[in-house]
Design a protein around this ligand. Structure first.
Ligand code: UDP
Length: 331
């Protein structure tokens, strides 16, 4: 029996593939390599290069493999880009999920664990954010993730199919040996941008806004280690395989750090100066996003281990030091 990982060559998907293999699962990776890296896929996984929107292609994968479940990471994920190119997000994310569900239904595959986002909530009314909070996405990206969740919900009611949607907060870090990690182009996320600056690849870090309603004026986010995040996916898959009902869970560490605190911690971890300057706010950034992850802990038995933000940054730093040019460094 095989677990199919859609988007398994990407940052988060590749950490899922790695952990699934470590735990003895058979894994097939589906990725169009639009943003993923073939170098991130281990030799033990079977790799099918193609697009999930291509039904003939995706069906051929399900024909070759005996699929026990799907982990779905194949989506575009840049908030800013989605504001400029909403149709790209609806096409790739929403239509890609449509085809995935059609193929799962056709082959009688029941469980799907879906990579969702805190962007489904929009500006929160209360902190920490619970799964029962209102969803008011403020970008086509967040809207597409919410639409994908709704598709899963209705399909799970109509067909013999169950889902877990995992709403991620700020994912960072890398596998401890630094062999796989975050390599986006362009990079927009705070932790890799800070570490690229520590490596001297950027002149300085732009801090987007110092006038938020937070103790130091910069935005507060809830950072979660990618390996802990994946642990929750595997628990979710086992939860569904055990016959439990479809559900939605937040994944965060339940602790918030400001942009300045992350920068200061990165200076300590790397021993580098890391110059920074204050710039204007970035459109659409809420001041504070902190998850309540109680539900994942209680229902899935999730127990995140890398809860110290220094460890999260240290693991990302190891990856960056070993791969200053990302996956290109290997070539
Ligand atoms: N941020 C920043 N400078 C950057 C990138 C991000 O000040 O170059 C801030 C951003 O405004 C937000 C936080 O860092 O408050 C985390 O941003 P990121 O893009 O990593 O994740 P998001 O919270 O948008 O998912």
């Amino acid at each position: 029996m095989t677990v199919v990982v859609l988007g398994g060559a990407g940052y988060i998907g590749s950490h899922a593939v790695d952990q699934l293999i470590e735990r003895g699962y058979e894994v097939a990776v589906v990725d169009n390599l639009q943003t993923g890296h073939q170098e991130a896929i281990p030799a033990q996984a079977r790799f099918y290069q193609g697009d999930i929107r291509d039904k003939v292609f995706l069906s051929s994968v399900f024909e070759k493999e005996t699929v026990e479940g799907v982990l779905h990471f194949a989506a575009n994920s840049l908030v800013g880009e989605s504001m400029q190119e909403p149709l790209q997000y609806f096409n790739n994310n929403v239509y890609g999920t449509q085809v995935t569900l059609e193929v799962m239904q056709q082959f009688g595959v029941k469980p799907i664990v879906f990579s969702s986002s805190a962007a489904t909530y929009g500006e929160p009314k209360a902190i920490p954010i619970k799964e029962t909070a209102e969803t008011n996405p403020e970008s086509p990206y967040g809207e597409s993730k919410l639409m994908m969740e709704k598709m899963l919900k209705w399909c799970s009611k109509a067909y013999d199919m169950q889902f877990v949607a995992l709403r991620y907060f700020n994912v960072a870090g890398a596998k401890w040996d630094g062999s796989i990690g975050e390599d986006h182009s362009p990079e927009t996320h705070l932790v890799p941008i800070i570490l690229e600056t520590a490596l001297g690849q950027r002149e300085q870090v732009a801090i987007f806004g110092e006038d938020y309603d937070t103790p130091d004026g910069t935005c507060i986010r809830d950072y979660i280690h990618v390996v802990d995040l994946i642990e929750a996916h595997i628990l979710a898959l086992e939860y569904l395989k055990a016959g439990n009902p479809s559900s939605i869970f937040n994944l965060g560490s339940s602790v918030g750090f400001s942009v300045k605190e992350i920068l200061q911690t990165a200076r300590q971890v790397t021993g580098k100066e890391i110059p920074a300057k204050i710039e204007a706010r970035r459109m659409g950034d809420p001041s504070t996003l902190i998850a309540s992850s109680e539900k994942a802990k209680t229902v899935l038995g999730w127990n995140p281990k890398q809860t110290d933000v220094r460890d999260i940054i240290a693991s990302a730093w190891r990856w960056h030091e070993l791969h200053p040019e990302g996956y290109q460094s290997k070539k």
